[in-house]
Design a binder for this molecule. Structure first.
Ligand code: ADP
Length: 471
C-alpha cells in the first residue's frame, strides 16, 4: 500500500484511526451518560409527583379514605391527554384517576418493570401511553389506615428522549468534521516535522563521487538528526579515504609501472630485432622475468598500502596479538637474506608484549624494517633487533651498521616511492616499504622514528600501544 510506505501517510493513518476510536468511545460514553442523567432527572420528577399525589390522600371521618377532587388540582393533571397521569387504588378498586387520562382503565404499569426497589416498595416502568407517547411510570404501594394503597404516576418522556437523540446526532455529525480537521492539522504538523528530513536529504543529494569532501552541516540539522549527520559524515570520510586511496593507487601504479614496462618493451624489441641465439633469448627472458618480479612486488606493496590507507583495516578488525611473536616471525623470514649478505642478526626480546592489532600487517612492517637494515648494510655488517617496554608502549628498535641516512632524507623516506640517492643506484627496492611501516604504525595508534648519520648506520624505532594500556 503506497500510503503506508511514507512516514506522512503512516502518521495520518495512525492519527485517523486513534481519533476515530477516541471519538467513537467518547460518543458512546456521552450517549450513556446523557441517558443516565435524563433518566435520573425524570425519576426525580416522578418521585416529586408521587409525593404530590400521596399528599392528596386523606380521610375526613377516620374511616374512609378519600382523594382530593379535580377542583383542588390544577395544571397538567387536568389537561386531557397531557402526558401527565396518575391513578390511586385502594386494594384493587380505583379510588381516583387524573382527568388527563381519558381512558381510566388504561394500564400505566404493563408488563415487566424496569426496576424494583423493595425497600421503598416502588416499581419503575417504561411504556407507550394512550396517545402513543413514550411514558415512564412509577408504582408505589403502602398502607394507609391499615388499607393497601397503590399510587401510579406517569410522565411523558418524548421531550427528554428527543433531547438525547438530538445531542447524539449532533455529536455524530460533528465527529467526521472533527476527524477531518484533525487529519488536516496532522498533515500540516507532519509536513513541518518532516521538513528537517527533507533538508537532510537535500544536503545528501548534493554529495556525489565528484565532491566526496563535502559534509552535511551537523550543527544546522534538527537535534534528532545530528547523530545521523555525524554518522553520514564519518561514512563519507571513510568513502573519501577509500576513493582517494584507490585513485592514488591507480595513479602511482600507472606512473611507477611505466618504467619497468618500458624496460620489458625495450628488451623484447632488442630480442626481435635480428636473428639471435637461444642463449641470447634466454638472457632476455631472464631480464624480463626479473623486471616482472619487481613489478609484482611493487603491486603487492601498493595493494597493502591501499588496504591500510582506505581504512579497510581498522580497530574493529583488530585482535589481541603477540607483538613479540610478530618480531620473531619477521626475523626468521629475514634471516636467509642476512646470511646471503653476510650480515649478523641479533634479536633481543625481553618479554611477551601484547598489542591490539592485525598480526599479518605487523609482521610485514617489522620484516620491512629488518630487510632494509640488511639491504642498506655493508657486507660483514651487524643488525640488532630489540623489543622493550617504554612509557607503557612496546618499542621495537632495529639498528644497523649500514650506509646511514642523510638529514634531508629523514622526512622523505616515508613517502611513497621515495628512495634516497645512496639507495637508488645500488640496492633493489620499490620505495614502498617504509610507507607501509608508517601506515601500519598509524593504524595501530603507534609511530615510527628514524635516527642515524650518513655512513654511521641507522636506527628505526617502531612504538605501539600495549593491549593492557589501551584497554
Ligand atoms: P625501498 O627499501 O624499497 O627502497 P623503503 O620505503 O623501505 O623502500 O625505504 C625508502 C628509502 O629509505 C630507501 O630507499 C633508503 O634510501 C632509505 N632507507 C630505508 N631503510 C634504511 C636503512 N636501514 N639504512 C639506510 N637507508 C634506509
Amino acid at each position: 500500500m503506497p500510503l503506508l510506505r511514507s512516514i506522512k501517510g503512516r502518521l495520518l493513518l495512525w492519527i485517523f484511526l486513534s481519533m476515530t476510536v477516541l471519538f467513537a468511545g467518547l460518543g458512546y460514553a456521552l450517549h450513556f451518560k446523557l441517558h443516565y442523567a435524563v433518566d435520573d432527572s425524570l425519576d426525580k420528577m416522578l418521585h416529586a409527583n408521587l409525593q404530590f399525589v400521596k399528599g392528596l390522600i386523606h380521610t375526613h371521618d377516620g374511616k374512609n379514605i378519600e382523594c382530593e377532587s379535580d377542583e383542588f388540582i390544577q395544571g397538567d393533571y387536568v389537561i386531557p391527554d397531557s402526558g401527565h397521569y396518575y391513578k390511586v387504588f385502594i386494594g384493587e378498586s380505583l379510588l381516583s384517576v387524573s382527568s388527563s387520562l381519558l381512558d381510566p382503565d388504561f394500564n400505566l404499569t404493563p408488563g415487566e418493570p424496569l426496576s424494583h426497589d423493595p425497600k421503598m416498595q416502588e416499581w419503575l416502568y417504561q411504556l407507550t401511553g394512550p396517545n402513543d407517547e413514550p411514558l415512564r411510570s412509577i408504582r408505589h404501594e403502602f398502607n394507609y389506615m391499615d388499607q393497601p394503597v397503590r399510587i401510579v404516576v406517569a410522565e411523558e418522556i418524548s421531550a427528554s428522549l428527543r433531547m438525547v437523540d438530538q445531542l447524539t446526532s449532533y455529536f455524530l455529525l460533528i465527529t467526521p468534521v472533527m476527524i477531518s480537521l484533525i487529519a488536516v492539522i496532522s498533515l500540516i504538523i507532519a509536513e513541518f516535522s518532516l521538513r528537517p528530513v527533507q533538508h537532510f536529504s537535500a544536503a545528501l543529494e548534493g554529495i556525489s563521487h565528484k565532491n566526496l569532501e563535502a559534509r552535511i552541516p551537523a550543527d544546522r540539522q534538527a537535534k534528532e538528526l545530528r547523530r545521523l549527520a555525524d554518522k553520514f559524515n564519518s561514512l563519507l570520510e571513510r568513502l573519501q579515504r577509500a576513493f582517494e586511496a584507490e585513485k592514488n593507487l591507480l595513479g602511482d601504479a600507472a606512473h611507477e609501472l611505466k618504467t619497468p614496462l618500458a624496460v620489458i618493451k625495450a628488451e623484447c624489441d632488442i630480442a626481435l630485432q635480428r636473428e639471435r641465439s637461444a642463449a641470447d633469448h634466454a638472457a632476455s627472458l631472464r631480464n624480463v622475468r626479473n623486471v616482472v618480479k619487481g613489478m609484482l612486488f611493487q603491486i603487492n606493496s601498493l595493494l597493502t598500502l591501499t588496504r591500510l590507507a582506505s581504512g579497510l583495516l581498522d580497530a574493529s578488525s583488530f585482535a589481541r596479538t603477540s607483538f613479540t611473536d610478530c618480531v620473531e616471525d619477521a626475523t626468521v623470514l629475514a634471516e636467509p637474506l642476512a646470511r646471503k649478505k653476510n650480515i649478523a642478526l641479533s634479536v633481543s626480546l625481553s618479554e611477551d608484549m601484547t598489542v591490539l592489532g592485525d598480526e599479518d600487517s605487523l609482521t610485514e612492517a617489522v620484516l620491512n624494517l629488518v630487510e632494509n637494515a640488511v639491504k642498506y648494510n655493508h657486507p660483514g655488517g651487524f643488525v640488532a633487533v630489540r623489543l622493550t617496554r617504554r612509557d607503557g608502549m612496546a618499542a621495537l628498535t632495529v639498528s644497523d651498521t649500514g650506509i646511514g641516512i642523510a638529514e634531508e632524507d629523514k622526512e622523505r623516506i616515508f613517502d611513497r616511492f621515495y628512495r634516497a640517492a645512496s639507495a637508488r643506484s645500488s640496492q633493489e627496492g620499490s620505495g614502498l616499504g617504509l610507507s607501509i611501516v608508517q601506515a601500519v604504525a598509524r593504524t595501530h595508534g603507534g609511530a615510527i622514528m628514524v635516527e642515524g648519520q650518513p655512513g654511521g648506520g641507522s636506527s628505526f624505532t617502531l612504538t605501539l600501544p600495549l593491549a593492557e594500556e589501551a584497554a
